[in-house]
Design a protein around this ligand. Structure first.
Ligand SMILES: Cc1cc2nc3c(=O)[nH]c(=O)nc-3n(C[C@H](O)[C@H](O)[C@H](O)COP(=O)(O)OP(=O)(O)OC[C@H]3O[C@@H](n4cnc5c(N)ncnc54)[C@H](O)[C@@H]3O)c2cc1C
Ligand code: FES
Length: 507
């Protein structure tokens, strides 16, 4: 997603504005920095106007109590301290000094951040080991330090790259419009400074939950007092002849993405197998590189299973308008060099292939350790598994979702990060039930799709607005109960839907 760098907006707050400005928020600037004034009860707060995730405009967000939520991917900031209290934003925003002079207010300088950190506890565990250097693992490590945890934090990842912004790998980075330095969730020196022992290329081969240690794939054991399993998921590989060739790619890691980009250089045509989120985002990114893209998938409509028929038709048309050629109701039977043989008996020629046919949670460790499994690692409301002291978060975790009343497992970036954060606090002895409403977003060209809630099945989709006009909100209901909401360019309504679901209120 491109950074939204706008020139300074609204009135010059250093020159003062009326304290009784209309509405709850007022966007202005101090020098060349955009600053948002927010009225919360009797107080007026001033905070950086752009989200620390992808610079979303907080002026278009939702104020809830003394917090503001970002319209793009629902991060949340404390207006008093600037702290990013909910992922996907991880960095605090600056807060500004608000001076009242008569009936006017002036904002001239930043104020020191006074983030109320957790207190170091005498009974805190000595060493916390995190298996996984992705969304959940990173968010957990960062939160442990934010909570003033002073014990050892060891993060083990079998990836060669430090934690990266994975969603970008099928979007701007793959499209060639995001520079490499956007990808790391934190610069390399963060880990040293935060005293997080990040060990890359370090696989964990086994867990001994009784002895409380992990067995490293390279040899040796590492003891833990608390363990967080955040091993994510593996892309499903196609069991067809030719799928193991070097020009046939899956997309999960930075290395996968780099390999696709390398293949895309000078390529004329690509086949994308699979018409769900990763496949279609990759298709859009490759079109931005001017590569002819053929999408082959068995379903009749892309994304119908998750978003319904109307949205599926819209997504198909959107991609066709950008030149993507669909081969739906079909499958690739074999890949022979540059030829892909289709089940329908046709064949396609392509320089390379991207396979995006879903993922499988990486459960081998949990299974070997004897943790309770149910199509994922079963965790309680506090994200603790069946083995005391062993927590799980992210793509592998199946948790009791209070909103749907079901045990669910999802593959969403924001959920993984928020679970990592909640697990971190719980590993420190806080008893915080994980109750966040699931949220994900997907980006296709200039069209973002936001989704809150969780609906595996529904008996009604109520469409408000115009899907083709890219201004819509869809409510997915089962027996009258609202389960989820998908939207395009209805960001405020999407935030309000999330809040209503949190509060069990009508929407
Ligand atoms: C290309 C792409 C685009 C995406 N876009 C979006 C999006 O737009 N919106 C959205 O909501 N979601 C998106 N997702 C999904 C999202 O990235 C995942 O839901 C999220 O990363 C899950 O976080 P996690 O921590 O569970 O797993 P991961 O982020 O996959 O991290 C797992 C980590 O565990 C490590 N690991 C696994 N096993 C071991 C082991 N035995 N020993 C040591 N290390 C191990 C892995 O190397 C990895 O570092 C996207 C995913 C991909 C691949
Ligand atoms: S830009 Fe604010 S949450 Fe992503």
């Amino acid at each position: 997603m491109a950074e939204a760098q706008t020139p300074p907006a609204g009135p010059d707050l250093a020159k003062g504005v009326a304290a009784d400005f209309a509405g709850n928020t007022l966007l202005g600037h101090v020098g060349d920095q955009d600053v948002l004034l927010v009225r919360a009860g009797a107080a007026i707060h001033a905070i950086d106007a752009h989200c620390s995730h992808y610079h979303g405009p907080l002026a278009e967000g939702l104020v809830v109590g003394e917090r503001v939520r970002c319209p793009w991917h629902h991060a949340c900031f404390d207006l008093r301290t600037g702290e990013a209290t909910r992922a996907p934003a991880l960095s605090a925003l600056s807060v500004w000094q608000v001076d009242r002079e008569g009936d006017r207010i002036f904002v001239r300088q930043k104020r020191e951040q006074q983030i109320a950190r957790g207190k170091a506890r005498a009974d805190a565990p000595g060493r916390i080991v995190i298996v996984g250097g992705g969304a959940a693992g990173f968010a957990a490590a960062e939160m442990l330090r934010r909570q003033q945890y002073r014990g050892e934090v060891v993060m083990l990842s079998d990836d060669a790259a430090p934690p990266v912004d994975r969603p970008n790998l099928s979007k701007d980075y793959l499209a060639g419009s995001a520079p490499e330095d956007w990808l790391p969730l934190r610069p390399d020196d963060f880990y040293t400074e935060a005293d997080i022992d990040l060990r890359l290329k370090t696989g964990v081969a086994a867990i001994d939950a009784k002895a409380r240690h992990v067995v490293l794939a390279g040899g040796g054991n590492l003891a833990y007092d608390r363990l967080l399993l955040a091993t994510g998921a593996d892309p499903v590989r196609l069991p067809i002849p030719g799928a193991a060739q070097a020009h046939v790619h899956t997309l999960r890691s930075l290395a996968d993405c780099r390999a696709i980009i390398e293949n895309a250089k000078g390529a004329r045509r690509a086949i994308v197998i699979g018409a769900s989120f990763i496949g279609l985002e990759a298709a859009a990114a490759l079109r931005a590189r001017d590569i002819e893209v053929h999408v082959v998938a068995p379903e009749q409509r892309p994304m119908e299973r998750i978003l319904g028929a109307d949205m599926g038709d819209f997504v198909r048309k959107l991609h066709e308008e950008h030149g993507v050629i669909f081969h739906l109701g079909d499958a690739v039977a074999a890949i022979e060099g540059n030829h892909a043989r289709l089940k329908s008996s046709g064949s396609l020629e392509a320089d390379f292939v991207v396979v995006g046919v879903g993922v499988r949670p990486r459960l081998a460790l949990a299974e070997q350790a004897g943790l309770k499994l149910d199509r994922g690692v079963v965790v309680d409301a506090y994200l603790e598994s069946s083995a005391p002291g062993v927590y799980a978060a992210g793509d592998i975790a199946r948790w009791p979702d209070p909103h749907s009343g079901e045990n669910i497992r999802v593959e969403h970036w924001v959920v993984a990060e928020r679970q990592g954060q909640a697990a971190a606090r719980n590993m420190l002895g806080q008893r915080e039930a994980f109750e966040a409403v699931p949220f994900f977003w997907s980006q296709h060209y200039d069209v973002p799709i936001n989704y809150v809630g969780h609906a595996e099945k529904w008996d009604e989709i109520a469409v408000d607005g115009d899907i083709a006009g890219r201004d819509c909100l869809l409510r997915y209901r089962m027996k009258g109960k609202l389960l989820a909401v998908a939207s395009i360019y209805r960001d405020l309504a999407s935030l309000k839907a999330e809040l209503a679901m949190e509060e069990n209120a009508a929407f």
